[in-house]
Design a protein around this ligand. Structure first.
Ligand code: CA
Length: 519
């Protein structure tokens, strides 16, 4: 007999009523009643859909993420409103675009007094927990339990913040961050929560964020293999507006030797503290395992004296293998969590979501990082397994968004979605029903022009087939036809054959900006 974790109540109509009067006692179980599902939100940082087996990856395997997809629904066009870490997290908490939730870039502090979906779930009787990477600067609000990485967090022996009386305390935990965050989540699931109430658990990984430091279990994974290169690794940025060429995020020219590429500092190098600190956190034993894996590779690299395209190709291999190694640990640890759900019988009453704060460039356009409205960073993986709701192994091509997460989780719990939220519940899509009025266009806005990687501010509108992008600083436009140019290598913004398409999209862009309150 599985442990009973959901409070039994009589259907979603009653639930919606409860949400607005949450102090009301919850009815006792009765015939024909159902449990409110638990929500387990497993979230990665910078995990590209191109590196998920279920999305057809040609560079890695993710058996446990695929296991989730096999039991649920894969969304093939899940888009983010602003492709960068903290802003994406603020969108998820609030269901609002950046210009309304106040986090436009990574320097903004999240105003935790806002309405968030965890607060609403908590008021409705859910037990709420946030474990792992938070990255919103202010302390987590709306959670019964939280333990989070400060800022970006560290891969090895990370510090974690937690509430202690009226203050925030810090403790260092020894081990690899992806394992530790999962251990803490399993501890809370097993021992830390009230088993008689449904839960929301946000299990949020640091990986595979830069600087892509593999864990002890995967230091030598992919050794001896050559990972396939993307077609556009040597993009020359012709055929697009000037910002594409004027960024600072190429694999060829913008990676740090020690921090990114894990080469030993050369004699006489004065290594900045922030580059050295990741390695200084390691124990002697961890460092010995690391060196055993990297020193022979680095010696071979130094001996080869590569330059030009050969050097870029080597950097790509070093980057992508480390990136994929960090994902291998995420996948292993997701397996532990899915096993736990199976073993406790909670799998049947728990909605499990796997997603990332945005996509990432895995060498496409010669890049790493994110930020652009181009497809690799506009899209993010999104897989939802909701037993009894999602058809096993299903997929949706509907244009969905991280704006939709908050409304979806509220809907799962039968809580009324506040009318100010700008997303929409995925509930109908998850049940296999695409509403006739589902969105057919999507507004995007990236603000952090002054931040790392020098990506210009831009905004635009995406549809199933087209994408119109506006760069206000340089007064330039791009228009892509994803049907004829899926890699987005040739803007047709000034092509007379696309004049009507462009005019229609410019009008749609203005309509969306007005509707969404963009000033
Ligand atoms: Ca991120």
């Amino acid at each position: 007999m599985p442990a009973r974790i959901g409070r039994r109540i009589a259907g979603t109509l009653l639930l919606a009523g409860l949400a607005v009067s949450c102090a009301e006692p919850v009815p006792e179980p009765g015939a024909g009643e159902q449990e409110r599902p638990n929500i387990l939100f497993v979230f990665a940082d910078d995990h590209a859909f191109q590196a998920v087996g279920a999305y057809g990856s040609v560079i890695n395997e993710t058996p446990n993420i695929d296991r989730l997809a096999d039991g649920g629904m894969r969304f093939d066009r899940a888009l983010v409103t602003n492709s960068i870490c903290a802003p994406a997290r603020a969108v998820i908490q609030t269901g609002l675009y950046s210009h309304l939730n106040g986090v436009r870039d990574n320097s903004d502090v999240f105003d935790g007094t806002q309405v968030t979906f965890p607060k609403l779930l908590r008021e409705a009787g859910y037990q709420t927990a946030m474990i792992g990477k938070w990255h919103l600067k202010s302390s987590p609000a709306g959670f019964d339990h939280w333990e989070v990485l400060p800022g970006q967090g560290a891969y090895y022996n990370p510090d974690l913040l937690y509430p202690d009386a009226d203050t925030t305390a810090t403790r260092r935990r020894e081990g690899y961050v992806t394992d530790i965050v999962t251990d803490l989540a399993l501890d809370w699931l097993g021992e830390g929560r009230d088993p008689d109430r449904p839960f929301l658990l946000m299990l949020q990984h640091k990986a595979p964020h830069r600087s892509w430091m593999p864990g002890p279990d995967h230091l030598t994974t992919y050794d001896g293999e050559a990972i396939p290169e993307p077609e556009t690794l040597f993009d020359d940025y012709s055929g697009r507006a000037s910002p594409a060429a004027n960024q600072e995020m190429t694999i060829a020219r913008h990676m740090f030797d020690v921090y990114d590429l894990k080469l030993e500092p050369q004699p006489g190098t004065d290594l900045p503290g922030w580059q050295a600190s990741a390695f200084e956190r390691m124990t002697a034993g961890q460092r010995a395992e690391w060196d055993a894996a990297y020193e022979p590779r680095n010696e071979a690299f130094r001996a080869a004296r590569m330059e030009g395209d050969d050097l870029t190709r080597w950097k790509y291999q070093r980057y992508i293998k480390d990136y994929l190694r960090t994902i291998a640990s995420i996948d292993d640890n997701l397996g532990r969590v899915l096993d736990w759900l199976d073993e406790t019988g909670l799998a049947e009453t728990t909605v499990v979501v796997y997603s990332s704060d945005q996509g990432f460039y895995l060498g496409e356009h010669g890049w790493y990082d994110k930020r652009w409205m181009y497809e690799e960073s506009l899209r993010t993986p999104l897989i939802v397994r909701w037993p009894g709701k999602t058809a096993a192994g299903s997929a949706s091509s509907a244009m969905v968004s991280n704006l939709d997460f908050a409304p979806t989780f509220l809907d799962v719990a039968g809580v009324q979605v506040p009318s100010h939220m700008q997303g929409r519940s995925l509930g109908p899509l998850l049940a296999g029903d695409r509403p006739d009025d589902w969105r057919t266009s999507f507004y995007y806005h990236y603000y952090e022009a002054e931040g790392p990687h020098a990506v210009a501010e831009h905004y635009g509108v995406a549809t199933d087939r087209f994408k119109l992008i506006r760069y206000p600083t340089t007064d330039e436009w791009e228009l892509f036809d994803l049907e004829t140019d899926p890699r987005e290598m040739r803007s047709v913004a000034d092509d007379p054959a696309y004049a009507q398409v462009r005019a229609d999209l410019e009008a749609e862009l203005e309509r969306l900006r007005g509707e969404l309150g963009v000033t």
